[in-house]
Design a protein around this ligand. Structure first.
Ligand code: CAA
Length: 395
């Protein structure tokens, strides 16, 4: 197993990845371009470990030893040299990641595995700039990495079985569960669904069909997701979701980024980290916006979720993931109370297709129902009401 691990990029994801890795006994070199960024990252790690200690989940001794295992540095060479695994978590730019991987490849040991935490960019194109594409893969954590139970693993065209097996074993040692995305498709599993969901909510607000508070109230109190979609966008970072959405849009139009996101992104209203996003923040490390429960009935959940069901159907039809793993991915990666395919079965596949057709007539071909959904309707696989949908149901 690995003894030394490097995490490159100490932002929202990078610091959390370094923390969970160190918590599980590994020595981690956390690297970024300035001391200020590293100090900020350390402050967040200390806050998070203290929270766990306060709740009795971590002893003072373990807190100290975890912190001692995290070494910060602005020298990429120092971080990478002697590391057996290098996890990159820099901003979502293919150019930036390719440049970095080319450098890391020259500095790292020949046997080192290089992982990227990208949520949407092509693994094979990142691997192609290295001399070891067989040792490159996607290791996608979810925010906050220390709490969220899932890691999504994505192989590139040339990732070897040996590399995949080492990383599957490694992820297990972090106490996380894994879903393997079988194809290097834009957005992989979780982000393809999440982006379809969040962008649809933002399109609805842009079109005047619902307000931010109405969407968040319905999603939180009726669909029972842990956060409203705009609350989650602020939490993850509007800049991050914007770039990931654009990356999917540019590659295969699996999502179309809404003008609302474009506006917030261009204005630098990134969410919690910039003090303003869809909600306002005062700078605390754990702040939740107030979402009034009484607005929960003002919007139909199927209007918000239909595009995400369509994205899920696309993933199944293209053999990117099995249905059980797809539902596991949203339950463990996004803390959904149930799988999105189960939700669709409950709502009725014919009802989802009808919602998509209505949107298609008004807003165009992005809303074309996936052929998988059309076939299900043609074959009376309508979900719970006909006892057959994505799953089988007994009387
Ligand atoms: N470390 C330690 N403790 C933390 C923490 C951290 N990083 N973050 C939050 N906490 C603590 C809070 O301080 C709070 O403690 P207190 O009770 O003492 O105040 C507690 O955890 C959270 O309690 P809450 O009741 O306020 O919150 P919750 O029950 O809603 O759980 C959550 C928090 C797990 C984050 C939950 O809201 C959730 O699952 N949200 C959705 C997260 C999600 O979908 N993540 C994936 C996003 S997509 C992504 O990351 C991929 C990508 O590439 C874009």
């Amino acid at each position: 197993m690995f003894k030394k691990i490097a995490v490159i990029g100490a932002g929202i994801m990078g610091h959390g990845i370094a923390e969970i890795v160190a918590l599980n006994g590994y020595v981690v070199f956390l690297c970024d371009v300035s001391e200020e960024i590293l100090q900020e990252a350390t402050k967040k790690i200390v806050w998070s470990l203290r929270k766990m200690a306060e709740k009795g989940k971590l002893s003072e001794e373990d807190l100290t030893s975890t912190l001692n295992r995290i070494k910060t540095t602005t020298s990429l060479a120092e971080a990478v040299k002697d590391s057996e695994l290098i996890i990159e978590a820099v901003p979502e730019s293919l150019e930036l990641k390719r440049e970095l991987f080319s450098k890391i490849d020259r500095m790292a040991r020949p046997e080192a595995i290089l992982g990227t935490n990208t949520s949407s960019l092509p693994i094979s194109e990142i691997a192609a700039v290295t001399s070891r594409p067989d040792k490159v893969l996607g290791i996608h954590f979810f925010n906050p990495p220390v709490i969220m139970p899932l890691v999504e693993i994505v192989c590139g065209d040339k990732t070897s079985r040996q590399t995949l097996d080492s990383i599957l074993n490694f992820v297990k040692t972090l106490g996380k569960q894994v879903v393997v995305c079988k194809k290097d498709v834009p957005g992989f599993i979780v982000n393809r669904i999440l982006e379809a969901l969040i962008q649809e909510a933002a399109w609805m607000v842009h079109r005047g069909e619902a307000s931010i508070l109405e969407v968040d109230s319905a999603v939180k109190y009726r669909a029972k997701l842990p956060m409203g979609l705009f609350e989650l966008s602020d939490y993850v970072g509007i800049d991050i979701l914007y770039s990931a959405g654009k990356a999917i849009q540019d590659r295969d139009k699996g999502v179309i980024v809404s003008p609302l996101f474009e506006e917030y992104y261009k204005n630098g209203w990134y969410g919690r980290k910039s003090g303003k996003g869809f909600y306002a923040y005062s700078g605390g490390l754990w702040e939740r916006p107030k979402i009034p429960p009484e607005l929960a009935d003002n919007v139909d959940l199927k209007e918000i979720f239909a595009s995400a069901v369509n994205a899920a159907a696309w993933l199944l039809r293209n053999d990117v993931v099995e249905k059980e793993d797809l539902d596991k991915a949203v339950i463990l990666g996004l803390n959904f109370p149930e799988g999105i395919l189960r939700m669709a079965d409950r709502w009725g596949i014919d009802v989802i297709v009808q919602v998509l057709r209505t949107k298609q007539l008004k807003y165009g071909e992005y809303y074309n129902p996936d052929p998988l959904l059309e076939n299900m309707v043609a074959n009376n696989k309508l979900g719970v009401k006909t006892h057959r949908g994505f799953y089988e149901y007994t009387q």
